[in-house]
Design a protein around this ligand. Structure first.
Ligand SMILES: C[S@@+](CC[C@H](N)C(=O)[O-])C[C@H]1O[C@@H](n2cnc3c(N)ncnc32)[C@H](O)[C@@H]1O
Ligand code: SF4
Ligand code: SF4
Length: 363
């Protein structure tokens, strides 16, 4: 078989895996949505959205094309409430789309399939739900800011390409405009990524400098695959409080079962270089976490112990093992039931974390 032929087969398999993942997800969510509606109706309950009521920790999300989504879970664009190029954040939050969502929820209906698995969906007696319909404070404790929606990888369950975005990159002037808007709110944390690779941006240093100019005290977090962290972009990395490095295996062969297109060795080299530079210069930031998303092909004791050894050797501050529910056929049961996992670390949310340093950072 020629290399061309084999890469065509791989491309086709990848496409099929992605399509299958999407279809199975839509079917499961549709069933779950109906079940939720029927159960709520039968017991006299309605819903409300913590995000639209101003109570969420993780919203809103400002996407690369300046559209504003209800929160970070909006991976298909169905949660877009408006666009900052047309109206301000406060206006969008009180606008017709947000109000329609609130109204549907209060009457016991799920407005979009995303709500089914969303941490911001709340159930409450119908009388209370109808009161929540009129709460429209912008939450803004943690805002997602997506400098770019571009990426060179095709991770199997990533919904990066499922959104109807008008453009893939936020320009510097647009970023400045957004930051001025955010500076009117009490933003504590900016998650500087959404569904793209933040370090692909050629202007990342200017972008984070703008964040520091307009929101000097904000906690700045990001997540990266680390492949594009060149020497000049390391300067930008030092401006973050917290950085996740997404590497889903202890070696390239394992990681690329999900992270298709990842150059594992390059990513590890860059990660190591960042740790070395940070420590050499005596910088306190960023706190560096290896984020290892868990599937049923990378969850064995031997693999995990190898990753932990590597993480310690590289000198990262912590490793996070994050359980994934997507793609459905990749779900790991060992993560919840095996003795090894139970003894490794307690569950926090959907993760088990190991911290290697005395200095710590809460995420
Ligand atoms: C969509 S990525 C965008 C940022 C960057 N491209 C990256 O991969 O780190 C955001 C986060 O989602 C995580 N992630 C990717 N696939 C996941 C899955 N199936 N389940 C849970 N988290 C996942 C990644 O590890 C990353 O921290
Ligand atoms: S997906 Fe639904 S519950 Fe979640 S933030 Fe959006 S509207 Fe609210
Ligand atoms: S690297 Fe991040 S943005 Fe890119 S495909 Fe993977 S999860 Fe999605």
């Amino acid at each position: 078989m020629t290399p061309n032929h084999s890469s065509r087969i791989k491309e086709r398999l990848r496409y099929k895996a992605n399509t299958l993942s999407r279809i199975s997800r839509v079917i499961l969510l549709s069933i779950a949505s109906r079940v939720k509606e029927i159960t709520a109706m039968a017991s006299g309950y309605g819903f409300y959205c913590k995000s639209l009521a101003g109570e969420s920790r993780f919203s809103p999300a400002v996407n690369a094309d300046l559209s504003v989504s209800c929160n970070c879970a909006d991976s298909d664009g169905s949660g877009v409430l408006g666009n900052l190029s047309e109206s301000g954040l406060q206006e969008i939050w009180k606008g017709p789309i947000a109000n329609k969502f609130r109204h549907k929820l209060a009457s016991g209906k799920i407005p979009i399939l995303r709500c089914v698995t969303c941490q911001d969906l709340a159930i409450t007696p119908k009388s209370q739900a109808s009161l929540m319909e009129h709460v429209d404070k912008v939450p803004a404790s943690t805002v997602l800011l997506e400098n770019t929606a571009a990426c060179t990888l095709n991770c199997i369950a990533c919904r990066r390409t499922s959104r109807p975005l008008k453009k893939m990159h936020m320009s510097l002037s647009e970023m400045e405009f957004v930051l001025i808007e955010l500076s009117k709110l009490e933003v504590k944390t900016i998650e500087f990524f959404n569904l793209g690779e933040p370090f692909l941006s050629r202007h990342i240093l200017d972008e984070v400098n703008l964040v520091r100019q307009y929101l000097p005290e904000v906690e700045l977090h990001t997540s990266t695959i680390g492949m594009f962290l060149s020497q000049e972009k390391i300067e930008a990395a030092f401006k973050f409080n917290l950085m996740f490095f997404s590497l889903d295996g202890p070696d390239g062969k394992t990681a690329t079962r999900y992270q298709i297109g990842l150059n594992f060795d390059q990513a590890i080299t860059n990660l190591r270089q960042l740790v070395v530079e940070r420590d050499r210069l005596g910088h306190k930031m960023p706190y560096i976490v290896w984020r290892y998303v868990i599937f049923n092909w990378n969850d064995r004791q031997e693999q995990i112990e190898r990753a932990i050894e590597m993480a310690k050797h590289i000198g990262v501050d912590a490793i996070e093992f994050r359980w994934a529910m997507s793609p459905p056929w990749g779900i790991s049961f060992r993560f919840y039931v095996s003795k090894f996992w139970k003894e490794l670390a307690p569950i926090q949310g959907h993760s088990r974390n190991l911290r290697f340093k005395t200095t710590t950072y809460r995420w």
